[in-house]
Design a protein around this ligand. Structure first.
Ligand code: FAD
Length: 387
């Protein structure tokens, strides 16, 4: 198994200590369970504390206050955070609210935007979400209809975003809207939108499979957004949003494989301790072979992820490989979680059990951030029409 670098190991050790000494006791005190919404003030406290300890910004480059990790190191740290087994794990690195969502925008943001939006996000004073998807624009993201019409020194935004992660507790959205209809991707611009502004409504009247509270819709009715909130040039928003799509596909893998690793660890513990017919169920070949298959598939998926990350760090082009990793990691994580439920028997079916939640959460990963079919499209195009 690839050993994390010294730098990554230091961050991982710190995260493990944070979870053991602070987040686990907090979770027990507050009754936090898998898939249940966490109250916003409590989340804010966790983000702030993680920020103080240096984890909230850890995924950023050093010049932005981060740990300056390579992509392979980022994968190791992200995977380790999930493997802590804390339901609060995504909040340690600010993945649903903070710096990982906006780090790449420092390159293009104006001084005003850095002070008004990016720095407050890095200090955990403000939470941010990313809003692209609409009812008629999912996989085909260029089909968005939310309109931003210029009126003097403002844009007036009208439209509706849906399925936006973190919208329910975000203060601002990086939101994509059409500034020049009929121009396809070149007619789309990106904006910082204050979610408390007049005309903005965030609703969350549904729960997704992994649980409620974290996802929502953003409705915009004649929302006046100052021109100074536009990110980059007019018409450059889609390119900006898609600029990191390859890397983002790869960087979702450690989360999925962390979940798969957690499912495997829980299954091994259960198989060793649960006795039936007078012996631990691990001694039944059908159970031990399931564990062997889970471990083998996890090793294959992790090897792919780290090989691709190292190739990227060495300057390689990973467009096709990143999609292969996203496809394989998400499908593998779900198969592993499914077997984990099987090994746990009835206890794995009880709502709130970690493997029951992992089964639901890994199922979502085959759809989120580019479905398996869209990954296959990218892979097929890359191998059939290289260059
Ligand atoms: C919990 C959750 C969180 C999300 N978070 C965010 C977020 O923070 N920000 C954001 O902007 N969006 C977010 N999304 C949206 C997410 O990215 C989309 O749901 C996803 O891209 C799929 O789009 P869709 O749901 O419209 O499905 P569709 O695009 O309608 O796809 C339906 C089916 O058709 C297939 N399909 C579509 N096009 C093709 C094609 N060309 N070739 C082959 N098959 C195809 C798909 O693979 C899928 O099987 C989130 C969604 C969920 C459920």
């Amino acid at each position: 198994m690839l050993k994390p670098s010294e730098k990554a190991s230091r961050v991982i050790d710190g995260i493990n200590t944070f979870v053991r000494d602070e987040l686990d006791p907090l979770g027990q005190r507050e009754g936090i369970t898998w898939g249940q919404p966490v109250a916003r003030p409590l989340l804010r406290d966790i983000w702030k504390r993680s920020c103080e300890l240096g984890f909230y910004n850890a995924l950023l480059p050093e010049n932005l206050g981060g740990a300056g990790l390579s992509i392979a190191e980022l994968c190791a740290v992200k995977e380790a955070a999930v493997l802590t087994g804390s339901p609060l794990a995504p909040h340690i690195l600010g993945e649903l609210s903070g710096p990982p969502r906006i780090g790449h925008l420092f390159r293009v943001a104006s001084d005003f935007q850095v002070d008004a939006f990016l720095k407050p996000v890095c200090r955990a004073d403000k939470a941010v979400c990313f809003a692209l998807t609409e009812a008629e624009a999912g996989s085909d993201a260029t089909a968005i209809r939310t309109e931003a019409r210029r009126e003097g020194d403002h844009y007036v935004l009208n439209g509706a975003k849906r399925y936006i992660s973190g919208a329910t507790y975000a203060d601002i959205a990086v939101l994509l809207a059409v500034t020049e209809p009929g121009r396809g991707p070149q007619g789309i611009s990106a904006f910082f939108v204050d979610l408390t502004a007049d005309g903005v409504q965030v609703d969350s009247d549904y729960s997704v499979m992994s649980g409620g509270g974290a996802h929502g819709n953003i409705l915009l009715e004649n929302v006046r957004v100052p021109v100074e909130n536009r990110i980059g040039d007019e018409g450059a928003g889609f390119k900006l949003a898609m600029g990191r799509i390859t890397l983002n596909r790869l960087l979702h893998c450690p989360t999925m494989l962390g979940m798969a690793g957690l499912a495997l660890n829980l299954s091994m513990d259960h198989a060793r301790t649960r006795k039936q017919f007078g012996q631990p169920i691990a001694l039944f070949q059908s159970i031990s072979h399931m564990l062997a298959d889970m471990a083998t598939e996890l090793h294959a998926a992790r090897s792919m992820m780290f090989a691709t990350a190292l190739s990227n760090d060495a300057g390689g082009d990973i467009k096709v490989e990143a999609s292969m990793c996203k496809l394989y990691a998400s499908e593998t994580a779900f198969r592993i979680a499914d077997r984990a439920v099987q090994i746990h028997g009835g206890s794995g079916l009880v709502a709130g059990h970690p493997v029951e939640w992992l089964f639901r959460a890994t199922r979502m990963m085959r759809i989120l951030t580019g479905t398996s079919e869209i990954q296959r499209n990218t892979i097929a195009k890359g191998i059939l029409m290289p260059g």
